[in-house]
Design a protein around this ligand. Structure first.
Ligand SMILES: C[S@@+](CC[C@H](N)C(=O)[O-])C[C@H]1O[C@@H](n2cnc3c(N)ncnc32)[C@H](O)[C@@H]1O
Length: 297
């Protein structure tokens, strides 16, 4: 397993924390149990709270996957890539007992998530559903994904991911896209993802953060340096120029791409109200952010 990839795992906790600020069901419980079990020494909750201006984005990307998945009632099998500490599998699995849900992440993250779900189950917070499998694997590796999907029926699937592509090189993005295409060519179904990392979108999010956080905003350059140090390469060099370039990338790999602008769900977000964030600042930034629904052309 690549050491490079595992360096993005700690970011899963920061994202999980932001979901608690948006009051997404079970996210507070998942985060608290994680903290209790693993006492992460490098996570300062007070400090994080001060720099959580991107919470509306973290909430929106989670919400849009759920909304778009909800529009595909024929889908009863989900494969979530780089699941981190997301709540989706445990909720979907409990709500749809006949569904099959698989979540994939790197070994350490999967072991930790498994312990968190066991702990939630033991404390009777939420049942760990028998139809949810947590699988350790590298999503750039087709063998991992074949292993992850071996319990699926020969029926359509939804492949979901958020917060993964930012940490992958263009070569790795292409590998993941090709593997998704291969899986969908076999099972049918869709990729549903807001993980369309463009320079335009990241720039708009930076502007949003600057307006929301004022002096506490560390700036795009500083956060790039942190990612750079973690990953060993500058991820910004592997962003798509704009949404058109991202569509072209997927179309050239054989996908039909439907786009959904995140601005369309701004009014459904809880976090701007909860955190006192001006919704118009969020709406403006979200004009540049999109989710894709893709299937083989
Ligand atoms: C920013 S976190 C996002 C986690 C989750 N999707 C969320 O939104 O909360 C990035 C996740 O990607 C996982 N990851 C990175 N590279 C991966 C790879 N090659 N295969 C599987 N998981 C990977 C990390 O372990 C981490 O959990």
């Amino acid at each position: 397993m690549s050491a490079v990839h595992s360096k993005s795992s700690p970011t899963a906790l920061s994202v999980a924390y932001r979901r608690t600020l948006a009051n997404i069901p079970f996210c507070d419980e998942i985060f608290r149990h994680y903290k209790q079990l693993f006492s992460p020494s490098d996570f300062d909750e007070e400090k994080q709270k001060k720099v959580s201006g991107d919470t509306p984005y973290i909430e929106a990307r989670s919400l849009i996957i759920d909304r778009l998945l909800g529009k595909k009632p024929n889908i009863s099998q989900t494969l979530e890539l780089a699941c981190g500490l997301t709540q989706r599998g445990v909720i979907f699995g409990n709500e749809h007992p006949d569904a099959r849900c698989v979540e994939v992440d790197l070994l350490e993250m999967i072991e930790r998530k498994s312990r968190v779900l066991d702990s939630l189950h033991r404390d009777r917070v939420i049942q760990r559903p028998a139809n949810l499998s947590l699988v350790a694997g590298n999503v750039t590796d087709m063998a991992s994904l074949s292993m992850a999907t071996r319990s699926f029926r020969n029926e359509p699937i939804a492949i979901l991911f958020e917060g993964l592509m930012r940490y992958l090189s263009m070569f790795e993005k292409r590998l993941v896209a090709k593997h998704c295409h291969a899986l969908l060519s076999h099972y049918g179904g869709y990729v549903i993802t807001p993980d369309v990392v463009t320079k335009t979108g990241v720039g708009a999010l930076g502007e949003m953060m600057k307006k929301i956080l004022g002096e506490s905003y560390v700036g795009a350059k500083a956060s790039r340096e942190v990612s750079n140090a973690r990953l060993g390469f500058d991820p910004a060099e592997h962003y798509f120029e704009n949404v058109g370039a991202a569509i072209h990338f997927y179309e050239s790999l054989g996908f039909r791409v439907g786009t959904h602008c995140l601005a369309d769900i701004v009014d459904e977000l809880a976090s701007p109200g909860l955190l006192g964030i001006d919704i118009e600042i969020v709406r403006e930034a979200f004009q540049s952010l999109h989710a894709f629904v893709m299937s083989p052309a």
